[in-house]
Each structure stands twice: as structure tokens, then as C-alpha cells.
Design a protein around this ligand. Sequence first.
Ligand code: AMP
Length: 111
Amino acid sequence: MCLFCKIVAGEIPSNKVYEDDKILAFRDIAPQAPSHILVIPKTHIPSLDGVNEENVEIVAHIFKMIPKIAAEEGLTNGYRLVSNCGPDACQTVPHLHFHILGGAKLAGEMA
Ligand code: AMP
């Protein structure tokens, strides 16, 4: 079971900010901004490359919920959404996740 599947299963604790039957959002353990939240599907999808006809609905649901999670977090002045996919993007956890970064003016360069 991957790290984030273990978090979904409750085998590893997390600081949850939102949960429903399909997705979980929790605080990143090593925040790179004042607010750094990870949003994941509860089902295991390895990365964006694993999105397909069968599971794309859960990604749509994640995108529907991200603005609500950001609003609840108080990110009224904007935020950045990042999903690292594969080795060149330095993806370290092989379970699809979206980083919500905000709470301060972020760096203009993204890479
Ligand atoms: P990525 O490098 O895009 O794969 O992002 C993985 C993220 O997961 C990193 O920002 C890590 O800090 C974060 N992370 C790793 N382990 C945990 C954990 N147990 N709880 C919360 N966040 C974690």
C-alpha cells in the first residue's frame, strides 16, 4: 500500500482539512507556503498519467472541491495548484495529489 493509501486507511495519521467519500485533503508535512494542502483521491491513481475514462470523474470532483477548500482556508488573495507527475517533475509519492499553495505571495518562477 502506498503512503497516501495508508493515510486514507488511517494507518498513518494526517492533519485533515476536508474529507468526503471520494477524496481527502490534508496538510503537507513539510509545508512550502504558509498554507500547503494536499488533495488526493481515496482510490489509488499513481499520477496524472493514470487518469482515464474510468476514474476521470474523481478528478473532476477534486477540481470542484479545490476552490471550496481554498476558500475555507482563507486563501482569498489567490493560490497555486501543482501536481508533480513523474521523475522529471520530482514526484515523490506515487499517488495522484494536488498541492494547494498559498497564504503569501509565491515565487513568480515555477521551475
Ligand atoms: P510530490 O513531491 O509532488 O510527490 O509531493 C509529495 C508531498 O507529500 C511532499 O510535499 C511531502 O512533503 C508530502 N508528504 C510526504 N509524507 C507526508 C505525510 N505523511 N503527511 C503529509 N504530507 C506528506
